[in-house]
Design a protein around this ligand. Structure first.
Ligand SMILES: [Zn+2]
Length: 424
């Protein structure tokens, strides 16, 4: 059989005006979570549902409602649309797309608030088309990936082609504010949706050329050190215990973590774990008082092969030494800690599928990479399902005058269409 790719590519290129119209409609419906002062994603989910039913004719479309009292209608919508593929395994299944390997593309419905309106050059909720760009809140994060995913499927539908494998489109809520009512809910309550052999693509981050595939993250450890000594006059340090001095010694000693946890992993940039003192709270207002209290913070980004617990053990030992030497008490508390999910292997089918499509369509070989911490892909990885974050992005998410290139929407749709056609 001849490759359907040239037809798919041409079809996707013909969607330019439809893509603009779709993005414009999505942007008109601000989907803000309650933490961001909004009433959730329902209206946007309804628009997407209608559109998907009309243009994509899914074999199945379900809405999974995560209860949330904070929005007026009491739930956060999560949409799952599935399309049957061509493989023998998927012929066996019912029309619901529940068995056989599925290629999933997951995007999120919610957006972040526009922020300072004076920094925008127009209304954030009205898409403007300027020099091949769409400008508006959400056009890139995450409507770009969402739009690419639906138009990739549309090309198959319009050409009467059947993808090699089942295809699933997931549109989740609550990504910007913790995912508890989004992908975390789906993975907890409807884990059976996703198989271990499935491919999960999350087009929610990437570089301007699409040459980075995010497959791993560092653990995040934010620590607060509250040192209590004894305040005294600046001229009589012997009457007090200088909390500032003790904490400063601690900050320097903690530099030893770089050596102790010094493994390198070239997949990450920088390729090492980092342990940096960051914020320091104001102490005494005048120069001639020795402070009795000090509060400082560390931001540590730790390679996934180390456990946060082992790092903490070392930190606690160093803290003990400083306490003893300077006669202070140091209380450690977590401002945030998140053990990194196990990385997705660079050999995983989802990574290889993206690389194949990129090589064939763009003549580039993207690199699997790790990032400094925290993406939604981690929830899949923790559930034992390899997931890759990939996209070709202008990288303007959350900024005023957020924009995306129309070309990137179309070109990424072609990559998805290519993946749908691969024998995995
Ligand atoms: Zn996003």
């Amino acid at each position: 059989m001849e490759s359907p790719l040239p037809d798919l590519v041409a079809k996707i290129d013909s969607y330019r005006e439809e893509v603009i119209a779709f993005e414009t409609q999505l942007t008109k419906i601000p989907a803000l979570g309650p933490e961001n002062g909004g009433d959730g994603e329902r209206d946007k989910a309804e628009y997407v549902t209608t559109w998907v039913n009309q243009y994509l004719r899914p074999d199945d479309l379900q809405e999974y409602r995560a209860p949330d009292e904070r929005v007026s209608y009491g739930y956060r919508p999560n949409l799952v649309a599935t399309f049957c593929g061509n493989t023998p395994t998927s012929f066996k299944k019912n029309t619901k797309g529940k068995s056989g390997r599925t290629v999933w593309i997951m995007t999120h419905l919610d957006v972040v608030p526009p922020g300072d309106l004076s920094k925008w050059t127009g209304d954030p909720w009205t898409v403007r088309v300027v020099d091949g760009k769409l400008i508006g809140r959400g056009v890139e994060d995450n409507q770009q990936g969402l739009t690419s995913s639906v138009f990739a499927v549309k090309a198959y539908r319009d050409l009467d082609l059947i993808p090699q494998h089942n295809v699933g489109l997931v549109f989740v809520s609550d990504e910007e504010t913790g995912s508890k009512h989004g992908i975390q809910y789906l993975l907890k309550q409807h884990r059976q949706l996703f198989g271990r052999d499935d491919l999960i693509i999350i087009p929610d981050a990437g570089d301007t050329k699409g040459t980075m595939i995010e497959v791993a993250e560092k653990s995040i450890l934010w620590l607060k050190f509250h040192t209590k000594g004894k305040q005294t006059h600046g001229s009589a340090p012997e009457h007090g215990h200088n909390a500032h001095k003790a904490a400063s010694h601690l900050a320097v000693r903690l530099d030893a973590l770089y050596k102790k946890f010094g493994k390198r992993d070239p997949m990450f940039s920088p390729p090492i774990s980092t342990f940096e003192p960051t914020k320091r709270e104001a102490n005494v207002p005048n120069v001639n008082t020795i402070p009795g209290e000090d509060v400082m913070y560390f931001d540590c980004r730790i390679l996934p092969n180390y456990k946060i617990a082992e790092v903490m053990k070392t930190i606690k030992a160093l803290v003990k030494e400083v306490e003893k030497k300077f006669k202070v008490r140091i209380k450690i508390s977590f401002a945030q800690h998140d053990q990194a999910a196990p990385p997705t292997s660079p050999e995983a089918p989802v990574v290889q599928a993206i690389i194949r499509a990129m090589k064939e369509l763009r003549g580039r070989r993207p690199k699997p990479m790790g990032i400094g911490g925290g993406t939604v892909a981690a929830y899949f990885r923790r559930a034992g399902i390899p997931a890759a974050v990939w996209g070709t992005m202008a990288e303007t998410a959350h900024s005023p005058d957020e924009y995306c290139l129309i070309k990137n929407i179309l070109d990424d749709a072609k990559i998805f269409a290519h993946i749908f056609s691969q024998k995995l």
